[in-house]
Design a protein around this ligand. Structure first.
Ligand code: UD1
Length: 362
């Protein structure tokens, strides 16, 4: 009997509609697969400025069914209301939609503040008016700046942001906290809003079967696979005079499907908590291991058998020397832990490049 109740409860949960803003983006599209496979019903929003309709088509091909997709901008309040009205009973939102390129953010700060902050304000307002109480927010390890202790825990004090993009994520987190604090002034009824902020470390790789995007054009992982494929003559390592064990920068690289799974676990957790509560909790999502750029090159060569010519170049502006995660909280509270090891993640990254070449696309 108990078992039956559990199955019914879980079926009920799994029917829930989840709005995925930026659903055609890199992390968003991978999370759509994880959500669908966990039994949630993802509703996608994307303005397709940094993505394309092909991604939605490929998601549908992989999942074997149509997806609800709205090509709208999250800054468009009327359109956002329209989605909630049309879809009815959206149980929660995962808010990926944002710009995330450090260099671009230095050149176009207003674009970043409008796109990353205004859209969040619009979303929170629409969620409140539509009575949608659950939010998972995409933040980044960039909020730590150059932290003074490693690995960083969620309590590690944030340092000044190294970029406009990083600042937009620090402010976004503050906006969510301010919003939750404001709910304590609401007296007519007990507010019901729960948010999880996920601070991503460096996602790499791609779904091994679905035809989705991988990383961002100037990321280390895209440079690694492009160099191994001969599309670039060599990889430039941005500086080898950092205060790290081999002088190159250290990051925490995790498989994007592990990251996608962290969103499913976050939603499961949010849904299971008592209603009539309002709070926000923050989790680091990484592997817990730091790897230098030179280690990435060596591991890639070993895992794929490809050789990677490289050269040491200048430091890149905005890079911190090292950042990797303590992920104890995510494991303890959400029951999430990264499953893929680095070699497998790098093999999947290489397979993505090979598939891309076969199709003759960029
Ligand atoms: C990137 C983004 C950051 C985002 C984070 C997590 C940039 C500059 N940074 O961080 O906004 O929050 O992902 O998603 O866009 N490297 C080389 N040669 C290359 C490319 C990279 O040596 O050709 C090095 C970099 O100096 C860095 C490491 O590789 O030390 C990783 O770089 P990258 O993949 O761009 O990620 P992050 O800069 O850590």
């Amino acid at each position: 009997m108990n078992e039956l109740r559990e199955i019914l409860a879980s079926n009920n949960q799994k029917m829930k509609k989840i709005l995925v803003t930026g659903g055609a983006g890199y992390i968003g599209s991978h999370t759509v697969i994880a959500l669908a496979e966990a039994g949630y019903e993802p509703i996608l929003i994307d303005n397709l400025v940094k993505s394309s309709k092909n991604i939605v088509t490929n998601l549908e091909k992989y999942l074997g069914r149509k997806l609800a997709f709205y090509q709208i901008d999250c800054n468009d309040k009327a359109a956002m209301y329209q989605v909630f009205t049309q879809e009815k009973e959206i149980a929660g939102v995962i808010h990926f939609a944002a710009y995330r390129e450090v260099g671009e953010s230095a050149k176009k700060p207003l674009l970043y503040y409008t796109n990353n902050l205004n859209s969040l304000a619009v979303l929170l307002e629409v969620m409140e008016k539509q009575g949608c109480p659950l939010l998972v927010f995409s933040s980044s390890c960039t909020v730590y700046g150059q932290a003074t202790q490693m690995p960083v825990t969620e309590q590690t004090p944030m340092q000044p942001a190294e970029s406009v993009y990083g600042n937009s994520k620090q402010i976004s987190e503050e906006m969510i906290h301010d919003y939750v604090r404001s709910l304590s002034f609401v007296t007519e009824q007990t507010p019901d809003f729960r948010a999880i902020i996920l601070r991503y470390f460096n996602p790499i790789a791609s779904h091994p079967q679905a035809d989705l995007s991988m990383g961002y054009p100037n990321d280390l992982i895209r440079m690694l696979v492009a160099t191994a494929a001969g599309e670039r003559e060599k990889l430039i390592v941005f500086g080898n005079d950092y205060p790290t064990y081999d002088g190159t920068c250290i990051r925490d690289y995790l498989h994007v499907m592990d990251l996608a799974e962290a969103h499913v676990k976050s939603l499961d957790y949010l849904i299971q908590q008592p209603t009539h509560e309002y709070w926000v909790r923050t989790f680091n999502i990484g592997t817990g291991k730091g790897n230098s750029v030179l280690e990435m090159i060596r591991t890639f060569e070993q895992a794929t058998g490809q050789s990677l010519p490289y050269e040491i170049g200048q430091r890149r502006i905005g890079d911190v020397a090292e950042v990797y995660a303590n992920t104890d909280q995510a494991q303890k509270v959400l029951g999430w832990k990264a499953k893929y090891d680095l070699a497998t993640s790098l093999q999947h990254s290489w397979q993505w490049q090979l598939r891309k070449q076969q199709k003759g696309t960029t």
